[in-house]
Design a protein around this ligand. Structure first.
Ligand code: ZN
Length: 499
């Protein structure tokens, strides 16, 4: 994340950036040029007293606010080269939130024309140039814009004008826009989201494939006495205690912050807001390293209905996420209920399940897949599973709450054996799961089904199997009252009879 700095109003010192781990910042080349009118351009790192990576924006946001800027696309590119920027943006035309389709089409075309003009005057290849994608909420235009920009060789591609969507909390629409843009852009180039500054959104944006974002929110919010947290914004005046233990908050109180605000000192709140943003980014990186980004967005989606909406929208694109999810992760996954059903690992399992068992027309033994994993090591049913595991005529299938039907051939593979699940006692979920078990067994065209029923879930499976298979094919054994040895005897008797 590039914190956006005001080139004319510096409030944070270099040491602070180092301490927080901020390695890149952004500033506005257009405002800088306008503020220093008549003066020769000088190195931006000196102006900002910041030796790290500096990205410069071109004034496009000012077009959105005022309708025009007094600079040409060529001038602003040349200016960015002269001030030695590291990452430069061409002067695009933001679509904005309220543009109708024809205006959106024009902004896309005009941005492409300006990209071509800019590419003609660019002389420095050591600067990474950003190609902005426009189109606003008109997804077809976003996709067209991305396709056009993709034909032009930019080092970074960016999606423009989401700020108003974030202010109105239409995160679901934002998710659509990101997917539309990314679908048409080269996969190997970084993807930047302009003006995506609130930490509540970071995990969702990363899950959708955003690599970079910039933000002025930390400073704008501070000016209004607004305290950023990973779950949302709080008003300093409404708070009694700080939960945050960042260096700005740890020995202080909201009241003390308020008093210092009276003295025209906003920087404590600015500092806290930046610490919060960067600690959330660390949390996201750690989650990725541990393969737990999905758990993080599930958790964060509980913080606000708009985030839940965003999460639900992301689940619609789960197939796209599935393609970029590793087959094996260093840690197991948490199954937290129906919200986990759309996670990429689950989709992958469900899509591969029908092809996972080759043998059809067999005697199928259906056992409970309970808390112990792999399921065949469950102390209550271990001896039953062991007896029939290598039997030439028997297939074993477990019914698991997190995964539905799990053939014994799969119960040791990742992430089946590494899942921590929860039984929420939700009858609707049990019924859905039981249906999935029944549908899978249907694919196997079994000669006979013997179900060992255990608990509420076992009863739900009993009901579904009774609907799906004729009575003469189905045998139900009560796992809660029968001893394992009795279950084995009953199954053997059925096997003998079926010969
Ligand atoms: Zn803090």
């Amino acid at each position: 994340m590039f914190p956006v700095l005001d080139p004319h109003h510096r409030i944070l010192e270099r040491e602070f950036f180092d301490r927080v781990g901020i390695r890149a910042v952004m500033t506005n080349a257009y405002l800088l040029k306008r503020g220093l009118q008549g003066l020769d351009p000088v190195d931006i790192h000196g102006t900002l007293d910041y030796p790290g990576t500096v990205a410069t924006d071109s004034g496009a946001y000012q077009i959105l606010e005022y309708g025009h800027v007094g600079v040409t696309p060529e001038e602003i590119v040349t200016y960015q080269e002269k001030i030695n920027t590291d990452i430069g943006v061409i002067l695009d035309v933001p679509t904005g939130f309220r543009s109708d389709p024809s205006r959106a089409r024009w902004t896309v075309d005009e941005t492409v024309r300006r990209a071509d003009r800019a590419l003609q005057v660019i002389t420095r290849s050591d600067i990474m140039w950003v190609g902005p994608v426009q189109g606003g909420v008109h997804l077809k235009e976003v996709e067209r814009s991305a396709r056009e920009m993709a034909k032009r060789d930019f080092a970074i591609y960016a999606l423009g004008s989401p700020t108003e969507l974030m202010e109105t909390q239409r995160y679901d629409v934002l998710a659509d826009m990101i997917i539309a843009a990314k679908n048409a852009l080269p996969k190997g180039k970084p993807f930047h989201l302009f003006g995506a500054g609130h930490p509540v959104l970071f995990p969702f944006l990363v899950a959708l494939g955003c690599d970079l974002f910039d933000s002025a929110a930390y400073a704008l919010y501070a000016r209004a006495g607004r305290y950023l947290t990973p779950e949302g914004t709080q008003l300093l005046g409404d708070m009694v205690e700080f939960v945050c233990t960042c260096p700005a908050c740890v020995d202080s109180s909201p009241e003390e912050f308020m008093r210092s605000r009276d003295k025209e000192d906003e920087t404590r709140l600015v500092r806290h807001n930046l610490w919060t943003c960067f600690s959330e980014l660390r949390r996201i990186r750690e989650a990725i390293r541990k393969g737990r980004l999905w758990e993080l967005i599930e958790l964060r989606s509980q913080a606000h209905p708009a985030l839940k909406e965003c999460f639900n929208r992301i689940t619609r694109y789960a197939e796209i996420l599935e393609r970029s999810t590793p087959a094996v992760k260093p840690h197991g996954i948490f199954y937290l209920g129906p919200s986990s059903d759309k996670r990429p690992e689950k989709l992958r399992f469900v899509s591969k399940l029908p092809r996972s068992v080759e043998e059809r027309g067999r005697f199928v033994l259906v056992l409970p897949g309970r808390w112990r994993r792999p399921f065949h090591e469950d102390p209550r049913y271990e001896s039953v599973a062991k007896t029939f595991d290598d039997h030439p005529r028997v297939s074993i299938c477990f019914y698991s709450l997190s995964w539905g039907p799990v053939p014994i051939e799969l119960d040791e593979i990742f992430p089946i054996a590494q899942t921590e699940g929860v039984d929420q006692g939700d009858r609707f979920v049990l019924k859905e799961r039981a249906k999935q078990v029944s549908e899978f067994l249907g694919i196997l065209h079994p000669k006979r089904v013997v179900l060992v029923s255990d608990g509420e879930y076992g009863r739900a499976v009993t009901r579904e199997l009774s609907k799906a298979f004729p009575k003469r094919m189905l045998t139900i054994l009560d796992g809660e009252t029968l001893k394992p040895a009795d279950i084995v005897k009953s199954v053997e008797k059925k096997l003998v009879r079926d010969v």
